[in-house]
Design a protein around this ligand. Structure first.
Ligand code: FAD
Length: 406
């Protein structure tokens, strides 16, 4: 057969990673899922176990981000979240903070701070990325946390309240988005690295959530937090140059930020996909065993059509996620916001599929004795964080029409 260069096969390396992470998810994460959902606490022993085998480590994340086909991260994340979404997020949450420094940080910042976010197998650490605020969720341009440069001490002084921060307050390194030039909206913002033990940073309320309850989500309060000038991500000189260009009306930062979002959204889609697949598989097994009216319930067309739709939607979402991840790795333009498309479809599929799984399990599905109830609660987060479904549609609509849709 002629090799056309087009293939949907996973590379051997990615297949190996998939198998390895799958086994960890099956043997370590799944058995712990119910307990940590009920406890609503960070599953430290599971993170430590993941660190011991090498899955919670900078090396693992870096290797998957750099994996040449682009599928390393989506495949690994799908397996982790197939194990459990709350524990999955407890394991990958640091990645958001790490990626925010790795994407625009200086080489020195990357070398010094990203490893500190993960710690070591014997001494595990966490990172937190804090952008959202009580009055700035979808509208990130209205962030009120201020970073003021104190020339006399060559320091930044940060004040404000962050909310919804995954690992907020329990992380060793926090990356905080703050406004330096409020008149410039999101273009006047920068990210700042807050080192472990910095005075003035403290955790506010920890949220009691509907799902992903093993993942810690909390407010982070910054009260006169002072950090050395060089801890602005990307460096102060570059930031000042960028601001000067913006003031001259020369360059919009919006496009670069959009490209970053398009590249990272497929990984969130992959997380949703893991939850959807887990619920589908559970419902499929159940439908093959449970009998009513003297037949397996899967033998009723009403039930098997549900399973057919669930399977089809999961496969469609996976193709979209893999396409967008491949595009990101290969530097393709996201002319139709393919990254947002992938996240939007996968997250909505996860909500639908987990709901149908409950329906297939009947009364059992509605109880905490069966995992699909937890999966349904967990799935909902994917239509909310990292850009709500409405924001994804807005981005896709704007991209395809070229109009400033509101
Ligand atoms: C469990 C969890 C973990 C999180 N982790 C982090 C984290 O680690 N770091 C971080 O910075 N943030 C985090 N977030 C915050 C998350 O990204 C925000 O919740 C999300 O961006 C939505 O913001 P909001 O909650 O303020 O909702 P709002 O922006 O107030 O939106 C409310 C509703 O209005 C709709 N809406 C808003 N604007 C528009 C518009 N222009 N057009 C149409 N509809 C619109 C929204 O789609 C939504 O339905 C997390 C949130 C949760 C729940």
């Amino acid at each position: 057969m002629t090799n056309t260069g087009y293939s949907l096969d996973l590379s051997e390396d990615v297949q190996e990673v998939k198998q390895w992470v799958h086994e960890f998810a099956r043997d370590v994460i799944r058995p712990a899922a119910h307990e940590w959902d009920e406890r609503e606490e960070t599953p430290w022993p599971i993170i430590q176990e993941a660190a011991k085998v090498g899955i919670y480590s900078l090396d693992f994340f870096a290797a998957q981000w750099l994996e040449p086909t682009g599928l390393g991260i989506p495949v690994a994340f799908e397996e982790l979240f197939w194990g459990d979404a709350g524990i999955g997020l407890a394991i990958v949450g640091t990645g958001l903070a790490a990626a925010s420094v790795a994407a625009v940080g200086t080489n020195d910042q990357i070398a010094e701070w990203v490893p500190q976010m993960f710690g070591t197998a014997d001494d595990v650490k966490l990172g937190a990325f804090c952008a959202s605020e009580p009055d700035a969720g979808s509208d990130v341009g209205s962030i009120r946390t201020r970073a003021v440069y104190d020339e006399a001490n060559d320091e930044w002084v940060l004040n404000g309240t962050k909310t919804w921060a995954t690992n907020g307050g329990i992380a060793d390194v926090h990356v905080v988005v703050a406004s330096v030039h409020p008149d410039l909206g999101s273009r006047g913002q920068a990210s700042f690295i807050i080192p472990p033990g910095t005075q003035g940073l403290k955790q506010g309320q920890k949220f009691k959530k509907h799902g992903i309850r093993a993942s810690h989500t909390a407010e982070v309060i910054l009260d006169n937090v002072r950090i050395p000038a060089h801890l602005i991500v990307g460096g102060k000189e570059k930031f000042d140059e960028r601001i000067a260009r913006v003031r001259e009306g020369k360059r919009s930062r919006g496009q670069a930020a959009m490209r970053t979002f398009e590249s990272t959204r497929p990984s969130v889609g992959a997380e949703a996909l893991g939850v959807a697949r887990a619920a589908y598989e559970y419902a499929l097994d159940y439908a093959r065993q449970r009998e009513q009216f003297g037949r397996k319930i899967g033998d009723f067309q009403a039930v098997s059509f549900k399973l057919a739709d669930m399977r089809m939607q999961i496969d469609a979402a996976r193709l979209m996620v893999h396409r967008a991840a491949w595009m990101a790795r290969n530097g393709k333009d996201f002319d139709n916001a393919e990254g947002s498309q992938a996240k939007l479809l996968a997250s909505e599929v996860a909500v639908r599929v987990t709901e149908e799984a409950i329906q297939i399990l009947g009364g059992n599905g509605y109880t905490r004795d069966y995992p699909v109830e937890r999966m349904h609660r967990d799935a909902k987060i994917f239509t909310i964080f990292e850009g709500t479904s409405e924001i994804q549609r807005l981005v896709i609509g704007r991209t395809i029409t070229g109009l400033p849709l509101r």
